[in-house]
Design a protein around this ligand. Structure first.
Ligand code: URP
Ligand code: ZN
Ligand code: ZN
Ligand code: ZN
Length: 464
């Protein structure tokens, strides 16, 4: 049980409103949002939030913890990843249970779920299906019943996690009837492998050629295919890390036709561009899909304000420089992915809220409320309405600071945002009503993380 707390003098920002209010917390939950100055019962601790925004803690819908792919395992565990998350204002992560070749999805999920207790904040899990067999429907049924209704699939990474169209269709169909949802990485593998082969023949397969090896049209083609499957099934579907306006617009058009289809973009695709592959350390930016040309990045970002992007994740993958450099001469063998759980909120706030393009409520919607909704965690997470868990980021909207890896807490030795000066950062972060971070210092390192059993996802539209 945590002591009663009132957070006074701040401006509360929810996904649909923003106003001065005091936030009362008892036993780890928000009990009231009250007029500023409302008296507090004796024994209530006060936190001064004058001049601050008071936000629901961020919910990162796409975060890989200790992720093994190919010859590489990303370097963090739950304690390390969630410590970094909390320093960055994120208080819930959604991790992935990716089976190793031959491992059953349910076994992978149960093994990963057992790690949640090591976290400083709560977490949920996406399960993952790679191959279809007659045991999968029962596994999916028990996963949904156990609070894991979202299932990650990939149309790329042959021999690791790639699923064929039959498997995608069967998994989607089964989950639709269970109240679950496929969350999917779309890049047409045949186009990518062919492009990589041609690049390799031309001696252009090193990290500096990353963007050319995974073309935009591979993403467009795969999104169109998966949308067609979802539409024919009338099944909900969530596209992870969409990196181009074309891909986002395909999903938006399907949504206008009545499909429950969602777009996630990740911070690095909204901010960084492929010019970084021409720089001194291109390997540090190798991720899938790759960083795109500046006009594509700007076109993608314009969809934040229009509402066509549903969520912003980090796609956090904590590899270090040595891992990144070890295979830099061949992107086919490199560890893909960028560290970002700690920088997601500050970078997006600075670029788009401080930059004037987005209202703070839309920021909350994209980074907390919608990730909670699409993952069956709302209204426990992603809001400060009474009854919600008291996971709160007290955010200084005018703090200017320069991102440098030595000051961050992720289990790696670099950040893709090194040297970027940003505006806005969390000053105090509460998890379950307890102050965990204050003024850049870890105030409470006790692992109290829980695995969150997610509710079934919004039912798919009625079948027509
Ligand atoms: O490059 C990436 N995104 N690595 C992590 C695995 C994935 O595809 O999400
Ligand atoms: Zn992916
Ligand atoms: Zn558009
Ligand atoms: Zn990912």
């Amino acid at each position: 049980m945590s002591d009663p707390v009132v957070i006074r003098g701040g401006t509360v920002a929810e996904a649909s409103w923003c106003a001065p209010a005091d936030v009362f917390v008892v036993d780890g939950r928000v009990t009231a949002l009250a007029e500023p100055g409302t008296p507090a019962p004796r024994g209530t601790a006060e936190i001064d939030a004058g001049g601050m925004l008071v936000l629901p803690g961020g919910v990162d819908p796409h975060c890989h913890v200790g992720f093994t792919s190919g010859d590489f395992t990303s370097l963090d565990d739950y304690a390390q990843c969630t410590t970094a998350a909390v320093f960055g204002g994120t208080t819930t992560i959604v991790d992935f249970a990716i089976p190793r070749p031959g491992q059953a999805p349910a076994d992978a999920a149960h093994a990963q779920r057992a790690k949640a207790a090591g976290g400083l904040c709560d977490s949920a899990l996406h399960a993952c299906v790679v191959d279809w067999d007659e045991t999968v429907p029962d596994q999916l049924r028990s996963l949904v019943a156990d609070g894991m209704p979202t299932v990650k699939m990939f149309t790329t990474y042959r021999g690791e996690t790639m699923a064929d169209e039959d498997t995608i269709l069967r998994t989607m169909s089964t989950l639709r009837d269970l109240g679950g949802m496929v969350v999917i990485h779309c890049e047409a593998n045949h186009i990518i492998e062919d492009t990589q082969t041609r690049c390799s023949h031309d001696g252009r397969i090193g990290a500096e050629h990353m963007a050319a090896t995974r073309p935009e049209l591979a993403e467009t083609a795969s999104v169109a295919e998966v949308l067609a499957i979802a539409e024919s099934l009338k099944a909900p579907v969530y596209f992870v890390h969409q990196s181009t306006p074309e891909a986002v617009e395909l999903v938006a058009a399907a949504r206008r036709r009545g499909l429950a289809a969602y777009t996630e973009s990740v911070a690095h695709h909204l901010v960084l561009d492929d010019g970084l592959y021409a720089g001194a350390a291109p390997e540090r930016f190798v991720c899938c899909p790759p960083l795109r040309p500046r006009p594509v990045v700007d076109g993608l970002a314009r969809h934040l304000a229009t509402g066509e992007i549903t969520t912003i994740g980090s796609d956090h993958c904590c590899y270090d420089v040595a891992q990144k450099e070890s295979r830099r001469s061949d992107v086919r063998a490199m560890p893909n992915g960028l560290p970002g759980v700690e920088t997601r909120l500050p970078v997006i706030f600075s670029e788009f809220v401080a930059g004037g393009a987005l209202p703070v409520s839309r920021f909350v919607e994209l980074t907390a409320a919608n990730p909670a909704r699409t993952n069956g965690l709302y209204p426990r997470k992603g809001t400060l309405m009474p009854g919600a868990d008291a996971d709160i980021a007290i955010w200084d909207p005018s703090a200017r600071w320069t991102i440098t890896s030595g000051d961050l807490h992720m289990a790696t030795d670099y950040t893709p945002y090194e040297g970027m000066t940003v505006t806005g950062r969390p000053r105090t972060v509460l998890v379950g009503g307890r102050v965990v971070v204050h003024d850049g210092v870890l105030a409470d390192a006790t692992p109290r993380g829980r695995h969150l059993a997610a509710n079934p996802i919004t039912p798919a539209p009625a079948r027509r």
